[in-house]
Design a protein. Structure first.
Lengths: 464, 464
């Protein structure tokens, strides 16, 4: 037998710090090398004028191209593709609300959310898109280069090809992967939904099509501070950037053990059921509503989208009731920004628990829920004065499935103590630890990814 | 707004290298500080004499405590706990065998596989157990400190308490987590089965009960070279040790992107169905067999286990047909040992694909499968001469569910080239990369974890 010890020599030099440095350089490039922010705003306003959607509510029973299955009551597209609205039977034996049923979107296809990046004058820029979605209250939002379901890019709806898709589907010598990880989406509204979050760097020339522009990370970060400009898909992809700061690996081990413990402690049974077996929800031909009037409605819309190509389609959408609060308590520990993460169960998650922001709720829903279900720390967040508020903005969830789904995203610096024995579902997690977790699926939920992207944006705004 | 840049200072000093060094020290401690290997063998033989199982085959329909559900045909324990034998309907649209149905074990409970470690004379030792399982062909095998389903430790079967369980369930100042991660088990026989793999270090005194002993990692590694001594549960826990060698992070990023790609490329639909809707399998009152006579049987056993406490119970088991081959091609790249991993789909996995050894098959099954389903590289492994064979041993799978499930585990050094364009499902992955992946669930399958544990054992045998 040969000397096996020599088989375990250290690996060669790593180029990861180089990427992290280049990301930091782009973050600190406040006004870009291609298009200044003033110019961007004129361009964006012009895009908004050229691209519009007219969204009209129509009864669920009258959605062209969609049908209600005669046996299950599920709402299904005639092609069998896109997504279906089904029922979910949820049991959480140890929770304050131990069981319920609800409508849920089942979209098994894994789509691509991709941002193409390229250096200009030695600074990385992102190819961003001014994209209109039917659920956006303001029409156009800043979106990733590519935002496509598999039905989109295999062209089930016979539309034009998805621009720039080839950069994310085909490998070539002029491209390198900066990030490529499937991440979950809203576990209260989707069953096992995942999208592939990709960042691809290209070194060769790229043609800039109408509706696209190159922005530095510093510029995108500035736009994250404007109301409802950067869409959810862009935010989740941005959160997956390999920012600097390797986490302490023994603390990482303790964090992973805490997640394992939370996933073992919580029993979740979430079974898909026919939509017509859902109880507590009222369905007429027009919509599906919870009998309390809270949570969300399932509605139908007829969409006319204009721009270079006029398209018209109908689809069901989820319309949340009320504006949500996504609140993160933050604190410096040994100089490093930490977030108070919540190991949160949502019925649509693939793996029981994901790390959520400290608070993620729609306050008015709690009027119909038991007191034990009320979120801790909500008062600490809503009661914070301006000096403690590090970030505060209204942002939308995905406009392709959700109708006017608005959340107030807020980060509040706190001095409170969170004793682990009292709050076993909560834990201080550093930004570098979150960056490390975000290399993998199923750890950090979509709302947390949004606010993490916003927290990274604070780096460029130190002097504001 | 305060200066957010200072929030991102580097974290404090890491103690991870210290743990890796202490593991290496224990690996190089060939004969332990507590019990020499000769003494161990005498002790182990004495345990085997005191602890026995008498396993008698009984018809499935006559299993005391189990019943066949009148509607579904599922085989269910009277308590509703432990596990059930159900059916699975599998569709893999792009695979050589695109669809089939099969019996499968559904065991949603997450059990604990835990090894307690403690320093003696400055060297870490593992508290190992001589444990008998009904499916073991040789009675007693070397097992983790704790090996318990939740039904075990919540005492559904009214047995005695599980010894040492408190070290894995309760935190205290004299204990620290070395590893704690849920890992999958056989995805061809289990639906979404996961166990919690835990390694806990204790600093206080520990009473050594009958049937337990302290061994250094060097000793456990030596025993991994003896035929069928170290059981599957011990091997999977050992594979999760945080061995030395941080992987290159840009290569890690490429590896994760390749896994994302494999998980996106493969569509897997695996739906639980009633056992009596499974086709191609013959069920009489005695057993369930595939009509080809291949793959596996579901059988019933009546077990009498003796030792300090005599217990008797009946249960269904899976009895594989034939001896499997678990083969890993290995190669040094830049001096580091790499394994040729296979991104393998198994229907019972939670997340589509896990990394499997180069070859994992029962050769005789392929007489009834299409040629395209035959495993590549099997010839390279079975045809290797002794100089290229780095590890070669017969080891068992879990004796609690599987009856005489034997695999030949073999690692072969190779010089062959594996062009990625020709073998997109295969990739060279270094041992440090596998160690890094093993901090997380759903990446490295049970067979690969076994052989990874064996490859680590080569470190201590350099001079053999």
């Amino acid at each position: 037998m040969t000397d096996a010890t020599t088989m375990l020599a250290p690996p060669p030099v790593d180029d990861e710090p180089a990427i992290a440095e280049r990301i930091a350089k782009s973050v600190s490039c406040a006004d870009g090398k291609v298009l200044g922010l003033d110019e961007f705003h004129r361009w964006f306003a012009a895009c908004a004028e050229r691209n519009y959607t007219a969204v009209e509510r129509v009864p669920l029973d009258e959605l062209t191209g969609w049908a209600t299955h005669p046996v299950t009551g599920n709402i299904v597209h005639d092609s069998g593709k896109f997504f279906t609205v089904e029922g979910l039977d949820v049991r959480l034996p140890d929770a304050a609300v131990p069981s319920w049923t609800q409508p849920i979107i089942n979209q098994p296809e894994i789509g691509i959310l991709g941002i193409l990046v390229k250096e200009f004058d030695g600074v990385l820029h992102c190819l961003m898109q001014a994209k209109v979605e039917p659920g956006n209250r303001n029409g156009v939002q800043l979106s990733p280069t590519v935002q496509a379901t598999r039905s989109n890019y295999t062209r089930v709806h016979q539309g034009k090809p998805v621009p720039y898709l080839e950069y994310f589907r085909d490998r070539s010598d002029d491209r390198r992967v900066v990030a490529d990880v499937r991440q979950s989406e809203q576990g209260s509204w989707f069953h096992h939904k995942r999208n592939r979050n990709m960042i691809i760097e290209v070194s060769s020339e790229v043609e800039v099509l109408d509706g696209f522009c190159w922005l530095s990370l510093g510029q995108v970060h500035a736009l994250l501070h404007e109301e409802d400009v950067v869409n959810m898909d862009a935010r989740t992809v941005l959160s997956c950037l390999p920012f600097a700061g390797a986490p302490d690996s023994s603390r990482m081990r303790d964090l992973l053990a805490w997640i394992t413990e939370a996933r073992t402690r919580n029993d979740v049974y979430a079974d898909r059921i026919p939509l017509n077996e859902v109880t507590g929800w009222q369905r007429d031909g027009t919509s599906i509503r919870h009998e309390s009037g809270k949570f969300f409605n399932v509605i139908g819309v007829d969409v006319r989208a204009g721009g270079r190509e006029v398209r018209r389609w109908c689809q069901p959408m989820i319309e949340p009731i009320g504006i949500g609060v996504v609140g993160m308590l933050v604190k410096r520990i040994d100089g490093v920004l930490h977030c108070l993460m919540h190991a949160r169960v949502e019925p649509g998650y693939v793996d029981v628990v994901e790390l959520a922001p400290t608070v993620q709720c729609t306050p008015e829903n709690y009027t119909v829920l038991p007191a034990a279900a009320h979120p801790p720390f909500l008062g600490e967040i809503l009661g914070a004065g301006p000096a403690r508020i590090k970030y505060d903005n209204l942002l939308s969830e995905e406009g392709g499935r959700f109708h006017h789904a608005l959340n107030r995203y807020v980060a509040v610096e706190t001095g409170i103590d969170v004793p682990p024995e009292q709050f076993q579902e909560y834990r201080w997690v550093s930004l570098p630890q979150l960056t490390d977790l975000l290399r993998h699926s199923h750890y950090v939920n979509i709302q947390a990814r949004s606010i993490v992207a916003c927290l990274h944006s604070l780096q460029g705004t130190a002097n504001r």
